[in-house]
Unconditional design. Structure first.
Length: 257
């Protein structure tokens, strides 16, 4: 349940600070999945505490032009939403990896040691999410329907267990134990905007001449983004590929093609 005395702006401030810290970890070569765990934990905690920074729901508030949902004036919320799209163009989808509570709670659930299902092929999820994005815009702009509200995103983090929609998103979270980030990959409207920007990110993961083509990074990647011909739009910078790489310096994060 959201604590009324704590403003949602706390989530926005955390997002900026966490983004800077994670970008530094990646740029300095110090990022590991173990070092990502504290960010995931804080992000999930803030999601339940103040329901922020839940970026897809902020986009939902903008589409509905609902300042009450946003907890901020519409122009300020729009600037913040666009700013992180620009940051994705520069640094990739760091916001999706460990900062957005909706993604973080699925990432944590996927750590449960059970058999995983689903293909790492990213084209099908991208196509489905594009269709959902069109429905999202039509429902919000044309009909004034809060599609993510119906999915229970807010009710889940507000622990509104009396609501049926709470169990809809709870089901999504439980599904993420065996299927990697189903909400992020198939539904998230903000991800539909971040992916094209991240596909042309200035700083990105890239292979160097030290690569021995063992393909361990490709097998470790849950979205198929580690393939040589992939443009990295679906890379959440989770760190599985760099952790799996057996050759120091073969897979690096930095500027370049």
């Amino acid at each position: 349940m959201v604590v009324e005395s704590i403003p949602p702006a706390v989530g926005s401030i955390y997002a900026l600070l966490a983004f800077a810290a994670l970008a530094w970890l990646w740029h300095s070569g110090r990022f590991t999945r173990r070092r990502a765990l504290p960010f995931l934990a804080v992000s999930v905690f803030l999601g339940f505490l103040v329901f922020a920074p839940v970026f897809p729901y902020q986009l939902q508030g903008l589409v509905l032009r609902d300042a009450a949902v946003l907890g901020a004036p519409l122009p300020m919320a729009l600037i913040g939403t666009l700013a992180f799209i620009v940051l994705a163009f520069v640094f990739g989808r760091i916001i999706c990896g460990q900062i957005c509570p909706a993604g973080a709670v699925q990432e944590v659930m996927h750590l449960v040691p059970v058999k995983k299902y689903g293909s790492a092929e990213s084209r099908v999820p991208v196509a489905v999410r594009a269709g959902v994005f069109v429905v999202f815009l039509a429902a919000g702009l044309g009909l004034g329907i809060n599609l993510l509200g119906l999915m229970g995103l807010a009710d889940f983090f507000n622990l509104a267990i009396a609501s049926a929609s709470f169990f809809v998103f709870l089901g999504v979270v439980l599904l993420s134990a065996v299927v990697y980030r189903p909400f992020c990959r198939y539904v998230c409207p903000y991800g539909a905007l971040l992916a094209p920007a991240a596909s042309r990110a200035l700083y990105r993961l890239r292979r160097t001449d030290a690569c021995i083509n063992c393909r361990k990074c490709e097998r470790a990647c849950p979205t198929g983004a580690a393939k040589p011909d992939h443009r990295l739009g679906e890379c959440y910078l989770c760190g599985r590929c760099t952790d799996a790489c057996p050759v120091d310096g073969a897979l690096v994060y930095g500027r370049g093609r």
